[in-house]
Ligand binder design. Structure first.
Ligand code: PGA
Length: 246
């Protein structure tokens, strides 16, 4: 399996920030891991044109339907048309800001598969759920209900992102990350069989150059979904290099 360094720009970036992509292309011409950047939809097409073969691009959401009267939404085919190979689905900010349920995430993931996109399906517990000792049950339920039956190692990436670690500078202990990733792998293999051994399991939440090495050394961590530290080429490049060296 090729590991994956994924950047989620969220609602950040205009044309000026495409210079960061140029810098990444210059320093990672033939990477030994997959590199993905998910910019705002307004930048997707331009970023795809500049990212070349070494860097894949993706959307941050798609609609479950292929077209229609859904003002402000984007269909999976439109992401493909703009150059995307991936789409992030079920990010906790979408679940919170837009009321996305596991069922909605599953429907969007199916739409992504139908368009030929790789779905990066996000799961993660809140701080209250962790404090209550519910983390493993919450993650198991999100996986069971957000990941469609058609998932396989080629069309699906799972990102474990504890809600309380996103954008906060707080990171779970290495043991806590390992516990969740081992459980996710076991659950996915139990449901999908051999193909789930190839499903990349990313950790996300305050990944930085300074903590990437130790996170990437954990079994069943096959890369990262990086928010803030993906906005600057220098930081994201250091994370990519850490993954290449893991
Ligand atoms: P962060 O965001 O790296 O800024 O914590 C991660 C994410 O939400 O994907």
């Amino acid at each position: 399996m090729r590991k994956l360094a994924a950047g989620n720009w969220k609602m950040n970036g205009t044309a000026a920030e495409l210079a960061e992509v140029d810098a990444l292309v210059a320093s990672h011409g033939a990477p030994s891991v997959d590199i993905l950047l998910c910019p705002p939809a307004t930048l997707l097409s331009r970023m795809s044109d500049r990212a070349g073969d070494a860097i894949a691009t993706g959307g941050q959401d798609c609609h479950a339907n292929v077209s229609g009267a859904h003002t402000g939404d984007i269909a999976a085919d439109m992401l493909v048309d703009a150059g995307a190979g991936y789409v992030i689905l079920g990010h906790s900010e979408r679940r919170t800001d837009h009321g996305e349920t596991d069922a909605i995430v599953a429907a969007k993931s199916t739409a992504a598969y139908n368009a030929g996109l790789i779905a990066v399906i996000c799961v993660g517990e809140t701080e209250g759920q962790r404090d209550a000792g519910d983390t493993l049950n919450v993650i198991a339920a999100q996986l069971a209900n957000s990941v469609p039956d058609a998932a396989n190692g080629a069309n699906t990436v799972i990102a474990y992102e504890p809600v309380w670690a996103i954008g906060t500078g707080r990171v779970p202990t290495l043991e806590q990350i390992a516990e969740v990733h081992d459980k996710m792998r076991a659950d996915l293999v139990a449901r999908f069989g051999e193909t789930a051994k190839d499903m990349r399991l990313l950790y996300g939440g305050s990944v930085k150059p300074s903590n990437a090495d130790e996170i990437f050394a954990i079994d069943n961590v096959d890369g990262a979904l990086v928010g803030g530290a993906s906005l600057k080429a220098s930081d994201f490049s250091a994370i990519i290099t850490a993954l290449e060296n893991a």
